[in-house]
Design a protein around this ligand. Structure first.
Ligand code: HEM
Length: 394
């Protein structure tokens, strides 16, 4: 009998990554930190140092992936552009997302969304699934406001977001997935047809208004593509960060007590949450020339998966990385990426989740505790809890 040798990458299966990617990431970091994984059809980069090095060199590690399905679904968004063309579109959005605008204008908007959702939870009783009753609507309503898509029910935004993200991962060419992602994209286009003329005449602090009134304004096509990428990518991350933080604090009563006693700690809770379970677990890049990374030679055109979720659990940087610990030594995590595409919504997320949603939930839902049934988790490209049963006392 001949025993065939199986490479480290061939042993990686998407179903395992989806269920719990962390044991696989630990193996990859140890055995082959830049490893071709056939199931993902790309090299996964799993060590913190290699991720940081790659992000410092966007000319070699391009965001403009040739076979990107994101372009098929959304058009050519800033997330898949490099250099000056990327910068121009990014700068056009910035006015809406600066820390002073987030604190001065958007924080009270987030607070009223959060209070309204908690009022509804309290009215309905003393138990809920935090995912459906709070995290998902909170993230969706906040994003609709931030974008300036106030003509769209939050449920539509959530459905469109999921449909477009499914489209960007539709490597199996499933016709039904295309149908739904095309329908979602058409829904965004119709909503924009209504809002653009209004915001053109009535500028405000929203992202679409910023795009229209920037020093170098974006055209209709650029606005549509970038609104789609923000709906696809700016909704599930705050949602998942809320669910993850609540699950972690209910599991760690000492850390919860610390945050409740000292409001300054909520900032640490947020940063540790996105380090511990990074809402964007992996994003793609492609090499523009032959290059060596982490001991592996990558040919020009190699498809890369930058595994932020693994970098954030790298023991070379974070001691006891598997543990949720708001008191850990401050080290730079990579949950918001790095380099030119560093998350544009960082302050929106910090304030929405860390300064408004979490402190208000723990203050207003008296005796917040785990409800019946387990917290369930899913995903590796995006990861978060899919159910967080909670209970409180009215
Ligand atoms: C906890 C919440 C969030 C996390 C962890 C997160 C994470 C990230 C990451 C890792 C990237 C880089 C992706 C890449 O390079 O391929 C990114 C980019 C981006 N994020 Fe976020 N994000 C969050 C919330 C938001 C929100 C709320 C918004 C919008 C209001 C937003 C808007 C964007 C945009 C526009 C980009 C693209 C920036 C560019 O290409 O220059 N994000 N985000």
């Amino acid at each position: 009998m001949t025993v065939q040798s199986v490479t480290v990458g061939e042993n990686v299966h998407l179903a395992e990554l989806f269920a719990d990617p962390y044991p696989t990431y630990a193996k990859l970091r140890e055995k082959e930190p830049v490893c071709f994984v056939p199931a993902a059809n790309r090299y996964l980069v799993t060590r913190h140092a290699d991720i940081v090095q790659l992000e410092r060199d966007p000319e070699t590690f391009s965001a403009n992936e040739a076979q990107s399905l994101m372009k098929r679904v959304m058009g050519h968004t800033m997330l898949r552009k490099d250099g000056a063309v990327h910068k121009r579109e990014r700068v056009a959005c910035e006015a809406a997302l600066r820390p002073n605008v987030i604190r001065g204008h958007w924080m009270p908007v987030f607070q009223s969304i959060v209070d309204d959702l908690i009022d509804r939870m309290i009215e309905k009783g003393e138990t809920a699934d935090l995912f459906d009753s709070f995290a998902a609507p909170c993230a969706s309503r906040a994003l609709a406001a931030l974008l300036g898509l106030t003509n769209v029910p939050w449920q539509n935004l959530a459905i469109w977001s999921q449909a477009m993200m499914d489209g960007t991962g539709n490597y199996g060419n499933d016709a039904e997935i295309w149908r739904r992602s095309d329908e979602a994209a058409a829904g965004v286009d119709a909503a924009l047809d209504e809002m653009i003329p209004y915001l053109q005449k009535n500028p405000d602090n929203s992202i679409i208004s910023a795009m229209l009134h920037a020093a170098d304004p974006l055209n209709r096509e650029e606005i549509a593509a970038n609104v789609k990428v923000i709906i696809g990518g700016g909704l599930n991350e705050p949602r998942d960060a809320i669910g993850t933080a609540v699950a972690a604090l209910l599991e760690n009563p000492d850390q919860r007590a610390q945050a409740e006693a000292d409001p300054a700690q909520w900032r640490n809770v947020f940063e540790e949450t996105v380090r511990w379970v990074s809402p964007i677990g992996m994003y793609p890049r492609q090499t523009t020339k032959r290059v060596e990374l982490g001991g592996t030679v990558l040919e020009e055109g190699a498809r890369i998966g930058v595994v932020l979720a693994s970098g954030n659990r790298d023991e070379a940087v974070f001691e006891n990385a598997e543990k949720f610990d708001i008191n850990r030594e401050k080290k730079p995590h990579v949950a918001f990426g790095g380099g030119p595409h560093f998350c544009l919504g960082t302050w929106a997320a910090r304030v929405q989740v860390g300064e408004v949603a979490l402190p208000t939930l723990f203050r207003r839902l008296k005796g917040l505790r785990q409800g019946e049934g387990p917290v369930t988790w899913a995903g590796w490209v995006f990861r978060g809890p899919t159910s967080v049963p909670v209970a409180w006392t009215n």
